[in-house]
Design a protein around this ligand. Structure first.
Ligand SMILES: [Zn+2]
Length: 372
């Protein structure tokens, strides 16, 4: 608490008169947006766009970023990858957007625990056959990234994926729907090991190859259950410190269970981010995580609704009101690229989407059978 107090007036004000940890007010995403950031080093910036639909600029120093990466790679220590040439791991990461890395892209290898990780990224809204082309060329041992995006690829591509040599599929970004685990594990003929984290806090927990449960990175974050959902206090972030940050997810902490050789405590995800599929004009599934709206400068929050008839409504809040034509143009351009062949309308004010709910930023009334 003292360290947070010393960070500046933001926490000094929030902690005034508070002596017990449980009396510290949880930090909302809105409050995080308003918190001043301090650091001596150059900051690396990235924007979150989580379950609430509100976007926050996340700023980490280079050393914090390295630490976050190491934490994200922690599960790799236990993945048991074999048949590696020269300890090199080739991984393909499914990210938002439509771009696909070329096979001969310039690599920035990540060195971790005696292995060298080479990375290619594919946009989950890209043409499935083009994604397949990269997979066949790269022959990755590891598939990582946005869960529904990998599901959409496995369902849409007209080819077998079980001969590619994939050894682990490691999903993230949204709660794993029933059936997705089996679908992906069968498609790639490899175990699926899920991860749980947030852009703001970094990696929170990961599924264990030995016991199948999720181990929490409790040595690096303080995790608490509360009426407001999971609260996280990362202990390695100083430039933009989060004290009892309110993620919104509902998680059960299983502090008492120590039946695995990995001694980290376990947790169970009860309710996390889970959006609906969108269906484009050609009847194809579109992952709700395909959009890159966090890159639109001035956009504060957004939600997408697909109506029963198939038309799309994009609700949004912007810093300078809703009449910014450049911002509207960027939103429309992304929407029509990612979900082609549908009529759409842009509407100011995300509060106008009544049945969005806490865990849905993309909702569909188009086909109830496709709801997650
Ligand atoms: Zn375990």
């Amino acid at each position: 608490m003292e360290a947070f107090h010393a960070h500046g007036t933001f926490y000094a004000d929030r902690l005034a008169g508070v002596s017990a940890w449980q009396d510290i007010p949880p930090l909302s995403k809105q409050a995080l947006r308003e918190m001043p950031v301090s650091a001596d080093e150059t900051l690396h910036e990235t924007r979150s766009s989580g379950t609430s639909g509100v976007q926050v600029l996340i700023q980490n120093s280079a050393s914090e970023r390295r630490f976050r990466q190491a934490l994200a790679y922690r599960p790799f220590l236990f993945y048991g990858l074999d048949r590696l040439d020269d300890n090199r791991v080739r991984q393909i990461i499914f990210v938002d957007g439509t771009a696909i890395d070329p096979v001969d892209k310039q690599q920035w290898p990540f060195e971790f625990d005696g292995r060298t990780y080479l990375t290619w990224r594919v946009g989950i809204a890209a043409v499935p056959e083009q994604i397949l082309g990269l997979l066949q060329s790269v022959q990755p041992q590891v598939i990582r990234g946005l869960t529904s995006g990998i599901v959409r690829f496995a369902e849409e591509v007209a080819a077998r994926l079980d001969g590619l040599g994939v050894q682990v599929v490691s999903t993230s970004g949204e709660q794993l729907a029933p059936g997705w685990r089996t679908l992906l594990s069968d498609a790639f003929a490899a175990p699926l090991l899920d991860r749980y984290g947030a852009t703001e806090t970094g990696s929170i927990a990961w599924q264990c190859p030995y016991c199948d449960d999720y181990h929490a990175n409790s040595d690096e974050l303080i995790l608490e259950e509360s009426p407001e959902g999971l609260l996280a206090t990362p202990l390695f972030i100083e430039s933009q410190p989060m004290l009892r940050y309110q993620l919104g997810d509902r998680v059960e902490l299983l502090a008492a269970e120590h039946d695995c050789r990995i001694r980290l405590p376990k947790l169970r995800i009860l309710e996390g981010r889970r959006d609906d599929w969108l269906i484009d004009g050609a009847g194809r599934k579109v992952s709700p995580l395909s959009f890159q709206f966090e890159k639109v400068v001035g956009l504060i929050a957004w939600r997408v609704h697909q109506l029963q008839a198939g038309d799309l409504k994009l609700y949004f809040d912007a810093e300078h009101g809703s009449s910014d034509s450049d911002l509207r143009q960027q939103l429309a351009s992304q929407l029509t690229t990612i979900v082609p062949g549908r009529n759409y309308e842009l509407l100011a004010g995300i509060w106008r989407l009544e049945h969005g709910g806490k865990f849905k930023r993309v909702v569909s009334d188009f086909d109830p059978a496709l709801r997650n």
